[in-house]
Design a binder for this molecule. Sequence first.
Ligand code: SAM
Length: 508
Amino acid sequence: MNATLESYDDIPYQGVPLPESRPDHLAVIGHLLGLDGPDPATARVLELGCAAGENLLPLAWYRPGGTYLGLDLSREQVAHGQRLIDRLGLANATLRHADIMQVDARWGTFDYIIVHGVWSWVPEAVRTQILALCQTCLAPNGIAYISYNTLPGWRLRGMVRDMLLYHVRDETAPRQRLQRARELIALLAEAPGEGALGEALQRELRYLTGVADSYLYHEYLESENRPVLFTDFIAAAGQHGLRYLADAELHTMFASDLTGPVAGWLQGVSEQIEQEQYLDFLRHRFFRRSLLVHDDRRPDYEIDLQRLWPLTAHGLWWPDGGQVGNDDQPQIWRNEAGEAITVADPLVKAALGRLTQAAPAGLRVDRLYAEALEANGASDTEGLRAAFLEALFNLFATQAVSLVLTPIAPRSEASGAAVSLARSQAELGFAAAASPWHVGVRLDPFSAGLLGCLSGDAPEPSRLAQQLLAQWRDGRLDLPLGPGDDADRLVVANVERLLQLFARHGLF
Ligand SMILES: C[S@@+](CC[C@H](N)C(=O)[O-])C[C@H]1O[C@@H](n2cnc3c(N)ncnc32)[C@H](O)[C@@H]1O
């Protein structure tokens, strides 16, 4: 335990908002599977191993009617999160410096329990305690979220871990271990990979050259890292009176992307859990985010898509070429990360276009459908409704669109001023600013500096650029300028780009 404590204090985990873990998302999954649960707008939420509250505190900020309790063993991380609570005067959130082993029924019951990046990375006794707490502290209709590493897919990462642990075996100080591990990664990543396994390892090593110190350390060099078979995890949860509800990444539960004999064979595997186990084998899955409920609750995997109508949707997608297609030709749409989806249905194209226009606000699904019909000059029919709901469900299941049961009220600030949460996260050095939809907008010194300048005057790019350039000239801001770069032009262009990004995500 002391080694864990020291490592997290020394190399704090740089968390970010995790959209798949938020109560709003869990509640929608429960709702679709026939298990309506506590309203996320007023829920009691517990996060175990919450680090500095990077995930928890934005939830508390955007859902002021709920209460949020996070605990973590790292004093440093809790103190860092406390600074954000203090700055925001966040009365509905508490962070406690505590050990998961100290928690018991006296802490109360919670509608949602979130445990991300903890279960596989703590000793056996703590793993058992996490499941025991989900039994004793979860409200009768609550949902718990636990993420963990899975076998057999994780074994490839395990091979790299074995090599790194061997290389750093004589070092005890976390920073030195990290430095030694980086040396070996750099060396091995350049070596030729022999055969299929060698090539896979090579890809893994190259990927590791770009990851953050905190991830590298806590995933590969921490003393504990226990991957398990999905079915073993579910069996362990079962021993604590818990049942599998769903995967937080809903699309992974279904075999719809599979073709050929294996797809036919899987259809004959009737048990949901067993089917997903085989899907893990087929997809070499190495990580899971499982949702658990009390054993007496029975999810219905025959999803009634009519349940989508009253929900509120949000999404950010743009069609290649800029024009929303109004025919049934396949059209490529991309998100901010450049990920592509192909959409043929003209109603779905219109709906994606409307969602992007409406952002950061969301749109009710029934209204979205009506507006998509209108945009296409189409009339409502059973067939169109069914196709629309199915497409929307797929977009939600693949996390291309988010859905909530209760709309998220915007936090009012003076026009042109950054939302206090985002500005405070920037000032306190958080890795990301959270949007109302719990999307983390990455913060580097420049974007953090810009958020700090958005104080209520009209967000005029040239004035903001001058403010940032003044900070750069005073040595208060670092600009990654190359030789011959025109600082003024570069700063104005980046300010314009970031203002659009912040506006889309409701950060000011
Ligand atoms: C990998 S980090 C994940 C942090 C955060 N949940 C996230 O995903 O961004 C694991 C966290 O669990 C905390 N932790 C480990 N063992 C713990 C224990 N026994 N009690 C409380 N917190 C613990 C660590 O201090 C660390 O902040």
